[in-house]
Write a protein that binds this ligand. Structure first.
Ligand code: ADP
Length: 377
């Protein structure tokens, strides 16, 4: 196809970062997003201002471009299926997305294709509120959860009952709490020719269920590295997936790997690729969905640390002083998403620091330093 006009459903920071890659590849980006203040609007040739689940807006988007891809999975699948039947090209395809959009369906699918997952069930109205896995236990919204919103780690039966009732008792995913040793993640890509490439496995650090930092590459044994790579290959080829996906995993102290979640798009754990890899995850997604050969996913620096700059107050600041302070760190690359307002937990930007071979051990120390500059009042 060699399509040079790509539509993106969602106009947040992921689409914004895709914008830079689009320019490099000579691709025109068209975006569907609810607000003119959303980050990707500034990098789009044209924006359809509409919610991401508005399929009428997507029909308009389709008239502007050759292929539609996603930065967000909060879509209305049945309505988009009607557009696909009329010939609109989605990559990943809607069949690729169907088993992944709902956290419970996704777990069932991963288990069905033989991937290791935590034990899980549903909590449904009318059924007894029981945890077959003891406590703590993890309760998750089936759809529309992100950045830990919709995920609840509950210490006892009382908390489980209370939380579920306060949410008006919807059907939810209930799963065992995994006392993981570490959290890992990996980005992988597949194009229309079936070429598959997997980025290095990284280690992620979460606080209150939100990603705070990522270290690339993770210090894991070759056995774990190849197990994770095999999971990515298995998933991409079973789905015949076209695009990029992010896989979040738990590594237990018995060296057991469990898949926590699949994001059928670029992912926060892959932001380091912008500065630390030959091909960023954003360029990789554009290459995959436009029939281009994939680029190299290899690191071009021995190691890197990525730190999220999360909002910690309600404000309209642009935080120039703090950013200038962070910019003084050698080999620091700041990406500021240009959001008009800050609120607690909102992803406002991130910084990646490239590390030389002898600095590999400095990742954690550097992320602490950046966080102390960023979060100090
Ligand atoms: P989101 O989709 O909001 O990112 P996740 O399911 O990825 O939600 O969970 C966010 C974080 O919560 C994980 O990175 C992990 O730290 C913690 N978490 C989620 N599920 C479990 C679990 N079953 N056991 C232990 N911790 C968990």
């Amino acid at each position: 196809m060699e399509s040079k006009r790509v539509g993106v459903i969602g106009g947040g920071q992921l689409a914004w970062m895709m914008g830079e890659a689009a320019e490099k590849l000579g691709i025109e980006l068209f975006v569907q997003t609810p607000s003119k203040n959303d980050p990707a609007v500034s990098r789009a040739v044209e924006t359809i201002l509409a919610s991401v689940d508005d399929a009428t807006a997507t029909a308009k988007l389709a008239t502007l471009c050759d292929v539609i891809t996603f930065e967000n999975e909060f879509i209305n699948l049945p309505e988009l299926q009607l557009l696909a039947q009329k010939g609109v090209c989605f990559r990943p395809s809607l069949d690729n997305l169907a088993p992944l959009l709902d956290k419970y369906d996704q777990r069932c699918y991963l288990q069905q294709i033989g991937l290791p997952v935590p034990r899980f069930t549903t909590l449904s109205p009318g059924k007894a509120i029981l945890s077959p896995y003891g406590f703590p236990v993890v309760l998750k919204a089936r759809r529309h959860g992100y950045d830990g919103q919709g995920t609840f780690i509950l210490p006892d039966r009382e908390a489980l009952e209370h939380t579920w009732q306060s949410l008006q008792q919807p059907e939810m995913l209930l799963e065992e709490f995994v006392p993981f040793d570490r959290e890992l993640a990996v980005i992988a890509a597949r194009n229309t020719q079936g070429e598959i490439l997997v980025y290095p496995v990284v280690e992620t650090y979460q606080k209150n269920q939100v990603c705070r930092s990522v270290i690339a590459p993770a210090e894991v044994s070759p056995k774990i590295q190849s197990q994770v790579t095999a999971i990515a290959h298995n998933l991409l080829s079973k789905l015949q997936f076209v695009g990029v996906l992010g896989i979040e995993l738990f590594l237990t102290n018995r060296e057991e790997v469990l898949v926590n979640e699949i994001a059928p798009r670029t992912h926060n754990s892959g932001h380091y690729t912008l500065d630390a890899c030959y091909t960023s995850q954003f360029e990789m997604q554009l290459r995959a969905v436009t029939d281009m050969a994939l680029g190299s996913p290899n690191l071009r620096s021995p190691a890197a640390v990525m730190v999220n700059l999360l909002g910690y107050e309600y404000s309209h600041h642009n935080y120039q002083d703090k950013l200038a302070e962070i910019a003084k760190i050698p080999q620091a690359y700041i990406h500021w998403y240009g959001k008009k307002e800050s609120r607690p937990g909102r992803k406002l930007g991130h910084v990646t620091v490239l590390l030389a071979d002898e600095e590999r051990q400095l990742g954690q120390k550097l992320s602490k330093k950046i966080e102390s500059i960023w979060y100090e009042s």
